[in-house]
Design a protein around this ligand. Structure first.
Ligand code: CUA
Length: 355
């Protein structure tokens, strides 16, 4: 029996030399493991608002977490066994003085069979678990359809009636299966709401589909999960899950044309907006602004953020964004349009009024 002979050959060597370094090493490894756990735990809990697959909010996300944790356990076991053997062998068979001849061992059929069989079994287990989870993630019977287009670096959401189009914020009704179609306008992006489901890539020229269902109303953070250029990290969106009545009211409101400005300042802002290059890229339904390359601003005042999750949506941030988009989000396609401070304040008043 090869393994037994191999182990036997280890024991006498072990008895005489290994105590001191092994104890030191064990302490070091234990300390490293403890520190890693503390760092991970602190990092995970530091921002309770951060989207985390460890806080799933849908059945799909729970299935994914379940699978991830099992994979983690399997990987940890493999890691501990392999590293344990490695460290043991390094310590036991390190070169010692006055010991020139080391017995060389070549080939061991039993060992080779064993370390082929174990990984093969592990791969089969992981494959089976993955296939089962993938099946569970395919939800049937989509009731709500949303078209998602990824841009550098923002999200466009469109509802099937063709009227409702908005950026970086999408609302869905709780407890109903949502079918999303995913496309890209430029490079590869990836749609991901960590608390609700898996990632779906968005390669240009190809429509991908995904389904998800969120049972509990709330706001979930979505992000781009594929590096897509300089501002990849600033490509986020809010996914708002609400009950059916609120969702229907929201959708109806979003379908309406933009509100007419009320205050004098907002009226001036509208005129300035419509006389500046802004309307070449942005659309505001109900006005002459019909640009299609940048976010639709029809109800921009109602959104939670600007610049795809870069800044909160408030007058100061909007002013800052319009004054110098490149300073806020370097590389973004929006240029700084030259205008006076007063004109900019007017535009901010107008846009914030577009609820
Ligand atoms: Cu889009 Cu990363």
């Amino acid at each position: 029996m090869g393994v037994r002979r191999l182990l036997k050959s280890i024991v006498p060597v072990a008895g005489s030399h290994w105590e001191t370094p092994y104890v030191g090493l064990r302490r070091l490894v234990a300390a490293l493991v403890a520190v890693s756990f503390v760092v991970l735990a602190v990092a995970a809990e530091a921002d309770a608002a951060a989207p985390s697959i460890l806080r799933p909010a849908s059945q799909s996300a729970q299935d994914i977490r379940h699978l991830s944790l099992w994979l983690l356990v399997i990987c940890l076991l493999v890691f501990v066994v392999v590293e344990g053997l490695l460290i043991t062998v390094i310590v036991l068979f390190r070169r010692r003085r006055r010991e020139e001849d080391v017995r060389q061992v070549y080939g061991n059929s039993n060992l080779e069979f064993l370390w082929t069989l174990i990984p093969a079994i592990l791969v089969i287990i992981i494959f089976t678990m993955t296939i089962r989870s993938m099946g569970a993630l395919q939800l049937q019977g989509g009731e709500v359809a949303v078209k998602v287009t990824g841009h550098q670096w923002w999200w466009e959401f469109e509802y099937p009636d063709g009227k409702v189009k908005l950026a970086n914020e999408v609302h869905i009704p709780a407890g109903r299966t949502v079918n999303i179609s995913l496309e890209s306008a430029d490079v590869i992006h990836s749609f991901w709401v960590p608390q609700l489901g898996g990632k779906t890539d968005m390669p240009p020229g190809h429509v991908n589909r995904a389904t998800f269902l969120a049972a509990t109303p709330g706001v979930y953070q979505g992000e781009c999960a594929e590096f897509c250029g300089l501002q990849h990290a600033h490509m986020r969106f809010d996914l708002v899950v609400e009950d059916s009545a609120r969702f229907s009211a929201w959708l109806r409101h979003q379908g309406e044309p933009a509100a007419e400005p009320v205050s004098d300042q907002a009226k001036r802002g509208q005129q300035t907006f419509l006389s500046q290059p802004c309307l070449g890229c942005h659309a505001i339904r109900g006005t002459t602004a019909a640009g299609a390359t940048a976010p639709d601003l029809t109800h921009v005042g109602s959104r939670r953020s600007i610049g795809a999750g870069t800044l909160p949506n408030d007058p100061q941030s909007l002013e800052r964004w319009i004054r110098d988009p490149q300073a806020v989000k370097p590389g973004v396609l929006m240029p700084a349009v030259p205008m006076t401070d007063a004109q900019r304040a007017d535009i901010v008043a107008y846009l914030e009024g577009l609820q």
